[in-house]
Ligand binder design. Structure first.
Ligand SMILES: CC(C)(COP(=O)(O)OP(=O)(O)OC[C@H]1O[C@@H](n2cnc3c(N)ncnc32)[C@H](O)[C@@H]1OP(=O)(O)O)[C@@H](O)C(=O)NCCC(=O)NCCS
Length: 162
């Protein structure tokens, strides 16, 4: 498995992963209504996008960049997606670690996740194992398809500790 910067030629594969993740899970605040142009703007805009590949097939991706512009731009944020068929094989852990290294080398002093759905146990546990803590909880922030209104967590990790 290799992690490299994403290029425009990866867009089809990245869009496919995004579509299959939102179809199979209650993990992201997007439904099928997000169009491809908006997805493209999100992933090739202010944040840098990276893909995980094996044999040239894109299996996962993340983007990292400033959580807020200007006076908030010293804190990074990131988003990770692994193709459902490739989950549970260590790709997510590798992507998070890669993003932490990228953010550190770009001078960010911390990383923040603004919206980790409280029922997304796999992501929560992974982030906690990699040094993130829950610093706040947004009550009933996510409309879960089966469970109704569930909380979302804000998670934070200092990047100056290593
Ligand atoms: C969250 C996500 C990025 C993790 O990626 P992944 O490749 O599946 O994760 P990994 O294989 O690296 O596994 C991470 C940890 O979870 C554990 N794990 C993975 N699948 C598991 C399962 N089915 N049951 C229990 N634990 C599991 C692994 O053992 C691993 O722990 P370890 O590194 O201590 O061994 C991925 O599941 C995903 O894309 N989910 C949908 C989108 C999403 O939730 N994004 C994050 C939004 S905040």
């Amino acid at each position: 498995m290799q992690i490299r910067q994403a290029s425009e030629s990866d867009l089809d594969a990245m869009w496919d992963i995004f579509q299959s993740v939102i179809a199979t899970g209650d993990t992201l605040p997007f439904s099928g209504s997000l169009d491809r142009d908006t997805f493209h703007a999100h992933w090739f805009g202010a944040h840098a996008a990276y893909v995980a590949t094996a044999d040239s097939v894109v299996l996962g991706m993340y983007k990292v960049g400033p959580n807020y512009p200007d006076l908030g731009s010293h804190i990074a944020s990131a988003t990770y997606l692994v193709s459902p068929s490739a989950q549970g094989k260590g790709i997510g852990r590798a992507l998070v670690n890669h993003s932490i290294a990228q953010a550190q080398s770009n001078g960010f002093i911390a990383m923040q996740f603004n919206y980790v759905v409280s029922t997304n146990t796999l992501a929560l546990k992974l982030y906690e194992k990699l040094g993130f803590s829950i610093v706040g909880t947004l009550p009933k922030a996510f409309r879960h398809q089966q469970l109704g209104l569930v909380d979302a967590h804000v998670m934070y990790r200092d990047l100056q500790d290593a």
